[in-house]
Structure formats: structure tokens, C-alpha cells
Design a protein around this ligand. Structure first.
Ligand SMILES: Nc1ncnc2c1ncn2[C@@H]1O[C@H](COP(=O)(O)OP(=O)(O)OP(=O)(O)O)[C@@H](O)[C@H]1O
Ligand SMILES: [Mg+2]
Length: 244
């Protein structure tokens, strides 16, 4: 491989295997993610999405030693719950570990997620959606080359979730991190991602480019075609759903 091709990769996973006891959850997986590429990962509950994300985040020390895993040093993780420290103010949560030099970037990051002026609030004074915005600001203030997100909008109501999609799209366009977004929501994946993976029985059984330029509308027939393909991969009978 040409050296420049290698340098354009944010993630390179080879032969990643993870077992819990006798059960193989990730079975010899390979995956490349390009710099700035937005990848969504779908899969049934229990298929191993979070396990995969944890391995990429470097939070799992027991992945099979024969595989290899390359990720950028600067990576951030966002979870379903914002995981803010309740005894720290909003700005302190965002700039945790950055010292005084983080203050101005932290303020800017909060402004970017629509929370200007809330720096000194306590996490408990924020709504769930606002807390998740703080978590996004906290991850982006570090200018990560890779953003790993495990169902970051899973606990939010539908309207807030749509607003968060717009926000994430905007932030990613500006900062251009590579993204791996784990989600249950097929429409969320199609709205946001350049590429969608489906994990099943330890393998990536689908790797699909979303080639819809510009605004992606749910009513677009191309959107519908991708949705059907993904739902059938996930074992959801599309005809049953539309009949229901
Ligand atoms: N530390 C652990 N010890 C034993 N089994 C585990 C451990 N962590 C995860 N598992 C098992 O591995 C499987 C995959 O779990 P994982 O959390 O990765 O699934 P998931 O795809 O993220 O599911 P969900 O969509 O429900 O979040 C599950 O069967 C789970 O019980
Ligand atoms: Mg999970």
C-alpha cells in the first residue's frame, strides 16, 4: 500500500476477535475508516456493537492479541448518557483535564452546541438533551481525529433527537473527525452517515455507501431503498412493518 494511502486512514482494524467465555462476540473483524469519514454501525441488541466501540476506544484490554487495531491518539467517546461529573460546572466538565488553557476553547465549544452563557450551570440544572450537548462539546474541544459515539441520542425524545442530528452534522462538517456512530435507529444512520455497517453473529455483514448528496429526506426513494435493505439485513420484515 502506498504510504499516503495509509496516512489517510483514521482506523485500521485487522482480525479483531473478542470472546466472553465460550461465546465469540467479535469474530475476526476487519475495518478501515478514512479520515473524516462518517460511519454508522447497526446491529441487533447484543450483537456486539458496544463491545466493538469499546475495543476501538482502547477501553477493552482483553481483545484477542493476534489482531491489530490502529486508531488515532486523539479520540473522544460519547455515550448514551452524558456522564457529566455532577459536582463540576458545565465549563469544568467540558475542559476537564485541559487546565486553564482549555477555558477559551471550552467556551467556544459550548457556544457551538448552543449553550453559550450556561458555563457556570450545574449538570443537574440541564435537560437531558442539553447534557448531551455538553458531552458533545467536551468531546469536540479536544479536536479528536476520531469520534466514537455509542447511541448518543438513544435516551432523547424524537424532536430533540432530530435537532441533535442537525447539530452533529454541522459539527462534523466543521471539525471533520472520522466518526463511528453506534445506533439502533436505521433512519438516523441513513440521515447522518457516509457509510453504514451491520454487525451480525460477530461479522460485518453489510457495508453500504450512502450516496445521497445534499439534504436526505425520508421520503426520497433512495432513502427508502437503503432503509429496506438495512431492515432486511437486521431481520425485520419490511412488508410486515408497512402493513402494521
Ligand atoms: N463484560 C462482559 N462479560 C460477559 N459478556 C459480555 C460482557 N460485555 C458484553 N457481553 C456480552 O456480549 C454481547 C454483546 O454485548 P454488547 O453490549 O456489545 O451488545 P450491543 O450490540 O451493544 O447491544 P445493545 O444494542 O443492546 O446495546 C452480549 O451478549 C453481552 O451480554
Ligand atoms: Mg450497546
Amino acid at each position: 500500500m502506498a504510504p499516503h494511502a495509509r496516512s489517510l486512514k483514521a482506523v485500521e482494524v485487522r482480525r479483531l476477535t473478542r470472546r466472553f467465555g465460550d461465546v465469540t462476540i467479535l469474530d475476526d473483524l476487519d475495518l478501515d475508516i478514512a479520515q473524516g469519514e462518517f460511519v454508522a454501525l447497526l446491529g441487533k441488541s447484543g450483537s456486539g456493537k458496544s463491545t466493538f466501540l469499546r475495543a476501538l476506544a482502547g477501553l477493552d484490554y482483553e481483545v484477542d492479541g493476534t489482531g491489530s487495531l490502529r486508531t488515532p491518539e486523539k479520540l473522544s467517546v460519547v455515550f448514551q448518557d452524558a456522564r457529566l461529573l455532577p459536582w463540576r460546572s458545565v465549563i469544568q466538565n467540558v475542559t476537564l483535564g485541559l487546565g486553564g488553557a482549555g477555558r477559551e476553547p471550552g467556551r467556544k465549544a459550548l457556544e457551538e452546541v448552543g449553550l453559550a452563557g450556561r458555563e457556570t450551570a450545574w449538570p443537574i440544572q440541564l435537560s437531558g438533551g442539553e447534557q448531551q450537548r455538553v458531552a458533545l462539546a467536551r468531546s469536540l474541544v479536544r479536536e479528536p481525529a476520531l469520534l466514537l459515539a455509542d447511541e448518543p441520542f438513544g435516551a432523547l425524545d424524537a424532536l430533540t433527537r432530530l435537532k441533535m442530528h442537525d447539530l452533529l452534522r454541522e459539527l462534523c462538517a466543521r471539525h471533520r473527525p472520522a466518526v463511528l456512530l453506534v445506533t439502533h435507529d436505521v433512519d438516523e444512520a441513513i440521515s447522518l452517515a457516509d457509510r453504514i455497517l451491520v454487525l451480525d453473529q460477530g461479522r460485518l455483514v453489510e457495508d453500504l455507501k450512502v450516496d445521497i448528496k445534499g439534504r436526505r429526506s425520508h421520503g426520497d426513494p433512495r432513502f427508502g431503498a437503503i432503509r429496506s435493505q438495512l431492515l432486511s439485513r437486521l431481520g425485520v420484515d419490511v412488508d410486515d412493518r408497512s402493513a402494521a
